[in-house]
Design a protein around this ligand. Structure first.
Ligand SMILES: Nc1ncnc2c1ncn2[C@@H]1O[C@H](COP(=O)(O)OP(=O)(O)OP(=O)(O)O)[C@@H](O)[C@H]1O
Ligand SMILES: [Mg+2]
Length: 367
């Protein structure tokens, strides 16, 4: 019913290619998030699935049916946008019912579907209000209601929460999660917010410059990013990157050296002595040790505390290792630390990601 297949999908606007050939299978009932930076092609890809944009090459199948050239209304999809554009002169009920009325559905059926959507979205008490009398979150729920009543095979969301403030976004995120659980319908959700993608999606599709960089369950993308782009995009605060060199390879174990850091060994597929690589260390994979190397129990870097940000439950420490970028270190709770202190940041060798000179992970588990 609601499975979606993209095969060799490309898009160019004139001479500019923005989607570079995408193959993707989305299962019935799956929640898939497209993430990527601005301009990576997320909306374009979604709009092609919706039929709001033509494809330059490739095929789009929904429920096993080739819809590449079908009209949006014939695809069994419903789309929710960032701007919810409600009709200001109609009340909530009429806004939700509007498209159904156009489709000439019998009146009792329209009534039943609107009531059902209102119940799911907890809008029951607001059906007589006009959009001007609603909060931003309530308005977005009405926009989602308009999609629900159409009983689509696939829901398409394009950044539906970006217009809401932080607290409301969290609340609406939970609402969308519940909606998916309750309806069990396939959902494709575009966002540049990796937290939304991590929390909502069964699988994430990470896009950069119109290409799929990696597809996988959120925690797999976090634990085993396939490349530097995904490593930097998934996870917050973002991963620390340090230039390093493969000093030697013995029995498949590479000796890695980075400026100011204790050399360490890792098994690295395909590494050769002399290779330039990049180390990736998550802020939460670093811990603080005394300023004396004798206390090190893993590869360590000596650094000066540049800034400490205390959020109560967690603390971010920004460290200046003397060369290159600041390192971010995240610890639970708080600790006595002042700007200018000298500390050692210690990692476990197996928690360090290694990327080759093309940014591909040399440490990701093969998939
Ligand atoms: N109608 C158009 N004509 C020409 N170029 C376009 C058109 N629509 C989009 N593009 C280009 O295609 C690329 C992808 O755009 P798209 O809107 O899909 O990005 P996005 O990932 O959704 O970004 P954002 O997070 O900012 O919404 C961009 O470089 C954009 O400038
Ligand atoms: Mg977009």
């Amino acid at each position: 019913m609601g499975e979606v297949r993209l095969s060799g999908v490309r898009k160019s606007f004139g001479p500019v290619s923005v989607i570079e050939g995408i193959d993707l299978d989305i299962a019935e009932g799956e929640f898939v998030a497209f993430v990527g930076p601005s301009g990576s092609g997320k909306s374009t890809l979604l709009r092609m699935i919706a039929g709001l944009e033509t494809v330059s090459a490739g095929d789009i199948l929904i429920g096993g049916q080739n819809v590449t050239f079908a009209e949006p209304g014939d695809r069994g999809i419903a789309m929710v946008f960032q701007s919810y554009a409600l009709y200001p002169h109609m009340n909530v009920f009429e806004n939700i019912a509007f498209n159904l009325r156009l489709s000439r559905l019998p009146r009792p059926e329209v009534e039943a579907r609107v009531r059902d959507a209102a119940r799911i979205l907890r809008l029951d008490a607001l059906l007589d209000r006009s959009p001007a009398q609603l909060s931003g979150g309530q308005r977005q729920r009405v926009a989602i209601g308009r999609a629900i009543v159409r009983k689509p095979r696939v829901f398409l969301f394009d950044e539906p929460l970006s217009n809401l403030d932080a607290a409301l976004r969290v609340q609406m995120r939970l609402e969308i999660e519940r909606l998916h659980r309750e309806l069990g319908t396939t959902m494709i959700y575009v966002t540049h917010d990796q937290v939304e993608a991590m929390t909502l999606a069964d699988r994430i599709v990470a896009l950069d410059q119109g290409r799929v960089q990696q597809v996988g369950p959120p925690l797999e993308m976090y634990a085993h990013p396939a490349n530097r782009f995904v490593a930097g995009f998934i996870g917050s605060p973002t991963m620390n990157f340090l230039p390093a060199r493969v000093a030697a390879v013995t029995d498949g174990q590479a000796r890695l050296e980075a400026t100011g850091m204790t050399p360490f060994h890792r098994p690295l597929a395909g590494a050769r002595a002399g290779d330039s690589v990049t180390l990736g260390i998550r802020p939460e994979a670093l811990r603080l040790g005394p300023a004396d190397a004798a206390g090190d129990d893993g590869p360590a870097l000596q650094a000066r505390v540049e800034t400490v940000e205390r959020l109560g439950n967690i603390t971010f420490v920004y460290l200046d290792p003397g060369a290159g970028d600041l390192l971010t270190l995240q610890i639970m709770g708080d600790l006595a630390l002042a700007n200018g202190d000298t500390v050692r940041a210690i990692a476990d060798a197996d928690s360090i990601h290694v990327f080759d000179d093309k940014g591909r992970s040399m440490t990701a588990a093969p998939t």
